[in-house]
Write a protein that binds this ligand. Structure first.
Ligand code: CAO
Length: 488
């Protein structure tokens, strides 16, 4: 009881401390945009400084959720760019800093159209502006200082120590702009591997995903989903938005670290669950149990077993002999077991003690799935979906990337978006996977290298035309001759 009282009093105390408008202004970089409705004085739920009354505008009319947030985007390759692209989709102004003449290395990786930025780059850098700055050039450092003063968040995923070697230490940044949030992706957190450079698959291996992916009699496998890179970028975006929220109360920034190993482990947490369950006996829902194969000391690879308590497997569908994706995922969910028995023509299993209950089925899962497969092989994966959905049986077709690219419903929801690019023409990208009723997402093409350098220097940072010309001739924003000779 006493604890509850303290908890209820605490937000009010916080609210009293921060309710003054001046304090709200101090906690944000743009008082005009964050200004609360002067009519409202009561703190919301006692914890939030001054929320305006609920808007009466129609849903979706309130623009972009992160409008006004400025990101100093020092990211490259995939993990960091995933994060900043998501923030850009939400409306943040992402100013991507790239090395003059070189840019993000992915611009030239896996090129499919000669002379155009690769899809690797374009699909991870939409909704951003590009400025080229040599961060080691004295004038470049001066520009960066202005950007640090101007922005809310610096996001980076350089190799450990690289930001410090540029002179952009936390102490320097925090002194220059105490409100700035500095968000980093690294391969590992503090510990024996903290200095290591890390790419996607290394993270999948170090985070416990690879050892638990694949078939029991095969080697560890990495997944096709970029859980190390894009997964960690997603975690970082969550950290940034949370830190922006906290800054509303504290007025100061903080450092955020997302280690790729940690991000992968977070996504693979059910396997750490199973590791602990192993101490108490075999993992009965793993098909290996039904097959009589003993468990070792660590969680084994479970093939296509379902990760939850409802057994599932990938089954062949009509056309599997020629189409590598003619498969369905089929879950024998307990509440619809009767419907499954009817659909596959085994109504007697409903009352047979060997099949009627989930524990009875566990030792014979292989036989059960083989029997269901005899039925799924007579239907296309979409027919299986249609028939099973009518009976609430959870199944899912194995969709190829071709099918996804052509799926009109994904286009309609803005999950797959076609964008036009000046040098490569039209390309598909993945739009905002997070749909919000009152925040619109506009997906814009990725910027050309340095496309917005002049615009950012003059319109955002306030350099005069003369100063811009001087910066240009200083070599801080253009490729050095040496670099150009090397590139040629
Ligand atoms: N001006 C001048 N120099 C610049 C610059 C700019 N605008 N932008 C980058 N550089 C410099 C850096 O300062 C660094 O120089 P030093 O090593 O001399 O200090 C150099 O470019 C290379 O940076 P890097 O070490 O980060 O890049 P890399 O290609 O050697 O390594 C990667 C790439 C991804 C392995 C490494 O950045 C890393 O481990 N990052 C953290 C984990 C991560 O995000 N991995 C996911 C990558 S996506 O698969």
């Amino acid at each position: 009881m006493a604890r509850r009282k303290v908890a209820a009093a605490e937000p009010k105390k916080i609210a009293r401390r921060i309710v003054k408008k001046s304090a709200v202004r101090a906690a944000t970089n743009r008082p005009a945009q964050m200004k609360a409705d002067p009519k409202v004085t009561a703190p919301h739920n006692g914890a939030w400084p001054e929320l305006p009354p609920p808007s009466t505008e129609p849903w979706g009319a309130e623009g972009k959720a992160l409008e006004g947030v400025r990101i100093l985007d020092f990211t490259h390759v995939q993990s960091g760019p995933t994060c900043t692209q998501l923030l850009g989709y939400m409306g943040a102004d992402c100013i991507k800093v790239e090395r003059p003449g070189v840019g993000d290395i992915t611009r030239g990786q896996l090129r499919d159209v000669k002379g155009a930025d690769s899809l690797y780059f374009t699909m991870l850098n939409g909704n951003k502006r590009s400025i080229t700055i040599d961060s080691k050039h004295p004038k470049g450092k001066e520009i960066l200082e202005r950007l640090i003063r101007h922005c809310d968040v610096l996001v980076e995923n350089f190799a450990p120590g690289a930001l410090d070697r540029m002179g952009l230490t936390w102490d320097y940044i925090h002194k220059t702009n105490p409100r700035m949030i500095v968000a980093s992706v690294k391969g590992f957190g503090p510990g024996p591997y903290e200095d290591c450079k890390v790419y996607e698959n290394v993270a999948q291996c170090a985070g416990g995903s690879a050892s638990t992916t694949g078939f029991r009699d095969g080697p560890p496998l990495v997944t096709g989903s970029q859980i190390g890179d894009s997964g960690t970028g997603l975690h970082l975006a969550f950290g940034i938005v949370t830190a922006l929220y906290q800054r509303m109360r504290t007025g100061r920034g903080q450092r955020i670290l997302c280690a790729m190993q940690d991000g992968v482990l977070n996504l693979a947490r059910v396997k750490l669950r199973d590791q602990q369950r192993l101490a108490h006996g075999p993992l009965t829902e793993y098909s290996q149990h039904g097959e009589g194969a003993p468990f070792g000391k660590a969680v084994p690879r479970a093939g296509n077993d379902s990760g939850g308590g409802q057994p599932g497997w990938i089954l062949k569908c009509k056309g599997w002999e020629t189409d590598p994706d003619s498969y369905t995922y089929f879950i024998t969910q307990a509440p619809v077991w009767g419907a499954i028995c009817d659909v596959i023509g085994k109504p007697e299993w409903k009352s047979d003690p060997d099949y009627a209950t989930p524990p009875a089925r566990l030792p014979r899962l292989r036989h059960i799935f083989n029997t269901i497969e005899e039925w799924t092989k007579t239907k296309t994966k979409f027919e299986v979906m249609e028939i099973c959905n009518q009976r609430d049986i959870p199944v899912g077709p194995i969709l190829s990337m071709k099918e996804i690219a052509e799926d009109q419903s994904l286009r309609a929801t803005g999950t797959v978006v076609e964008v036009d690019h000046p040098t490569r023409g039209k390309y598909l990208t993945v739009g905002n996977p997070v749909k919000m009723s009152d925040s619109v997402t506009e997906v814009r093409r990725s910027p050309l290298l340095g496309e917005h350098t002049e615009e950012i220097l003059t319109e955002v940072l306030g350099y005069s035309a003369e100063e811009y010309a001087a910066i240009k001739s200083s070599g801080a924003i253009t490729p050095s001759e040496k670099k150009e000779t090397e590139a040629a």
